[in-house]
Ligand binder design. Structure first.
Ligand SMILES: [Zn+2]
Length: 458
């Protein structure tokens, strides 16, 4: 008897082949026990019959049976042969026509020449197919169940944890806490990426950090001990957190601030969007660099009047002078020390902002789907926008207190010259409720300090 062995494993993501090797060994032993001659072993690995992928090994099996060189087909189990009823029927026909037998290691022999044997094969095939369909649903259910119990997800190792997803890798945890501190202290997220890469700290996949990887990691609720499922936090995680709740909330609030966006690179002019135009009250932004006057602040935002500009060095020197003066006064820290952040309040505001974002999306969807006409859509979005602005202002007021930690405890002038533009802007936001630049009066190129009006905060 000439025996052809066919082995297949449907799931082998790591390419270990252990499943195939075991099947092959069992099948070959069976051939030897029966005293047959093995004329070949064909295999398919990591190919699910149910998902309809190509099976080159199986195709050759069919070819060789068709050409009549096979007396018995040996497989490990019937569901290793085929899972489609159609395929099974074709196989039964072929085996009958060529008088080929089928023997499996686990379920013994089907004599496909008898009605009983064929019925058994069909039932076994039908069960295997049903199993295939159920498997996907079982996997989904198992994943959901694991999520609800806060159990870890599989996949790539998370930065800060070992491969088991639960043991903290202390030196990486230290980095993460440092990253959070760095942002909370008013540094830019971009400078964080540069710093990590310069020091040779790699991501968990051993690659250098990118901007998006940095924010992706710092936004991941896993680090505050929360398990997510399909993007939602669903449970307290089984692993220990790396951030405490307070750090976490503050970090998210900072990452979600629009001025935190990467676009445009690092902040160059620290009074950008702090100083406003005295004509139209719109924020001033970094303007053209003129050959004779150098960099400037100008009123060129979308809503701006476009008719005001001031030499950047004048405005910055003047405001910096005020900052250094006021912070050099003995009572300065008391004056600007904000009360402790009300964390519950902050959480409420952040949840409110999230909710508004969802409702804007919903309105957009309704408009797109034709459930909402343009006028009603505009009204709704406008209302949400104004709510959003109110909440953002509340949030920024609360977050100001995290700037207080940055205030100097030694020589103010030295402290100030060491700050980067992002930090200077945060200090300016903390100290001033308003910096207004009036229109130029043409003093023949001399600085006109009277154009600058400030109002101190608190
Ligand atoms: Zn203006």
């Amino acid at each position: 008897m000439k025996a052809l062995v066919y082995v297949r494993i449907s799931h082998d993501p790591e390419g270990k082949r252990t499943g195939v090797e075991r099947q092959r060994k069992d099948c070959v032993s069976l051939v030897e026990e029966r005293g047959w001659t093995a004329i070949g072993v064909l295999e398919d690995n990591d190919r699910s019959a149910y998902r309809g992928k190509q099976r080159p090994g199986w195709n050759e099996v069919i070819d060789r049976i068709q050409t009549g060189g096979v007396d018995v087909l040996v497989a490990w189990a019937s569901d290793r042969l085929t899972r489609h009823p159609r395929e099974l029927e074709d196989l039964v026909d072929l085996l009958e026509k060529t008088e080929t037998h089928v023997v499996t290691v686990t379920s013994g022999e089907y004599d496909l020449s008898t009605p009983e044997g064929r019925a058994t094969a069909r039932i076994v095939g039908a069960i295997a197919r049903h199993e295939s369909e159920r498997k996907a649903e079982r996997l989904r259910a198992a994943n959901r169940h694991r999520a609800m119990k806060g159990q870890r997800m599989g996949g790539r190792r998370a930065f800060g944890y070992d491969e088991d997803g639960c043991t903290i890798r202390e030196h990486e945890a230290v980095e993460l806490r440092g990253m959070a501190r760095w942002l909370i202290d008013g540094h830019s997220a971009r400078s964080l990426r540069v710093d990590l890469n310069e020091r040779g700290i790699d991501t968990s996949s051993g690659k250098p950090w990118t901007n998006s990887r940095v924010t992706e990691v710092l936004r991941n609720p896993r680090y505050v001990g929360k398990r997510t499922y399909q993007g939602e936090i669903v449970a307290d995680a089984e692993w220990p957190p790396i951030f405490d709740e307070q750090t976490w909330r503050r970090l998210q609030a900072i990452l979600n601030r629009p001025e935190r966006r990467w676009r445009g690179g690092p902040l160059k002019r620290w009074l950008t969007r702090v100083a406003v135009c005295g004509r139209c009250q719109q924020p001033l932004v970094s303007g053209q660099v003129s050959r004779t006057r150098g960099p400037s602040y100008t009123c060129t935002t979308d809503q701006g009047c476009n008719r005001l500009t001031m030499k950047a060095a004048w405005l910055e020197d003047y405001v910096a002078g005020l900052v250094v003066d006021v912070l050099s006064a003995p009572s300065a820290l008391e004056r600007f020390a904000a009360p402790e952040v009300d964390e519950d309040e902050l959480a409420r505001i952040i949840a409110g902002l999230d909710n508004i974002a969802l409702r804007v999306e919903e309105a957009d969807r309704d408009y797109d789907d034709g459930h909402l006409d343009r006028a009603r859509w505009l009204t709704r979005v406008e209302r949400l926008r104004s709510k959003k602005a109110t909440l953002e202002a509340q949030r920024d007021r609360l977050l100001r207190s995290s700037t207080v930690g940055m205030l100097p405890d030694g020589d103010v002038q030295t402290w100030w010259s060491d700050l980067d533009p992002e930090q200077r802007r945060r200090v300016a936001r903390l100290l001033f409720s308003e910096v207004v630049v009036s229109p130029s009066r043409n003093l023949g190129g001399k600085p006109d300090w009277d154009r600058i009006q400030v109002r101190w905060a608190a």
